[in-house]
Design a protein around this ligand. Structure first.
Ligand SMILES: Cc1ncc(COP(=O)(O)O)c(C=O)c1O
Length: 318
């Protein structure tokens, strides 16, 4: 790595390349004090044959970030094409040789203290870290959370607002403390919403079923991809309200998301789902998902963006 001796990843801060150790924010950062920030989670997959990373659904993630920043009232932040470019820099300017997770964040920066940001700069950072399997196990045991999913008229879950993730944290913590791998949250009406960091699908009588936007879910990029995979596999998909009881009586159940990819669920609140192992539909979706994100299926190749081989920006210590 030219210019620094560290092997930790370098970070893009407002378009500049910064060593990991110097990639810090001020104590008065509004996004830290009040959660006024929006973020993305994006995966890049390492191809051993070409020895290159390919980013999955980079455009969809970049556009979602731009839309969410707009919803939060950010007006001076980069457009999706610039965000797209900076994410590629965050990969090209590091020396990864494994799968990587990108975390772009748009946030109100340092300034005074007060709920409405007045003088605070609008800032953008992009960090990239190696990431393999999220859970590190093939089948999950989950708990239906006592924490209710934040309703869209409190903080829109559709928008990946940082402050809203306290809701996810509390649900995940409760589940982990009780010995489960993760949580499924219900919405304020008691219907199935989503996991702490993933959308949920159930399989019943050969149909894939997932909650719609009115059930306070994130508009998941992976959820959309799963629906496309299902269509291509001729598996019918129903987007509808799901009652809590349907979780326990499903034939199969799985989480999907950029971080968790396709994660089969074998138990909900100690009730075994199907055989307690990944079922045939889940396995089919999982296999096609992996093949598509790793560039093995030409029909999905346009969803992958190869990372440039050269880093186009110099290292600028703060
Ligand atoms: C709460 C929540 N739901 C769903 C998802 C899945 O979304 P995506 O597939 O866009 O990563 C995430 C991903 O981070 C999430 O945090």
């Amino acid at each position: 790595m030219a210019g620094d001796t560290s092997s930790s990843p370098r970070v893009i801060m407002d378009g500049k390349l910064v060593p990991w150790e110097r990639a810090t924010i001020h104590v008065s950062t509004h996004g830290f004090l009040y959660g006024t920030a929006v973020f993305e989670g994006v995966r890049a997959y390492w191809n051993e044959k070409t020895r290159r990373l390919n980013v999955f659904e980079l455009d969809a993630h970049s556009k979602r970030l731009e839309r969410n920043a707009k919803m939060m009232g950010f007006s001076q932040t980069p457009d999706w094409k610039t965000l797209r470019e900076w994410q590629l820099y965050a990969l090209a300017c590091n020396e990864f040789n494994a799968d990587v997770y990108l975390r772009p964040v748009i946030y109100y920066g340092e300034g005074g203290i007060g709920i409405f940001p007045k003088t605070q700069a609008q800032r953008t950072l992009i960090m990239a870290v190696p990431m393999g399997s999220y859970f590190g196990k093939s089948t999950l045991a989950v708990k239906v959370s006592s924490w209710v999913r934040i309703p869209g008229n409190v903080i829109p879950p559709l928008a990946k607002v940082n402050g809203g993730y306290v809701n996810s944290y509390l649900a995940a913590k409760e589940a982990r403390d009780a010995g489960f791998d993760d949580a499924i949250m219900l919405n304020r009406n008691g219907y199935v919403s989503e996991g702490s960091g993933a959308n949920v699908f159930l399989v019943k009588d050969g149909h894939l079923i997932t909650p719609g936007y009115s059930n306070d879910i994130l508009d998941g990029v992976t959820r959309n991809h799963v629906m496309r995979l299902a269509k291509d596999l001729k598996i019918p998909v129903d987007v509808r309200t799901i009652a809590r009881g349907e979780l326990y009586t499903a034939d199969e159940l799985f989480f999907c998301g950029t971080g968790v990819e396709i994660s089969p669920i074998g138990k909900v609140d100690h009730v075994t789902i199907g055989e307690g192992e990944p079922g045939p539909v889940t396995k089919q979706i999982q296999a096609r998902f992996q093949a598509s994100v790793r560039g093995h299926l030409p029909e999905y190749a346009n969803l992958l963006t190869p990372v440039p081989l050269e880093c186009p920006i110099p290292l600028t210590p703060l």
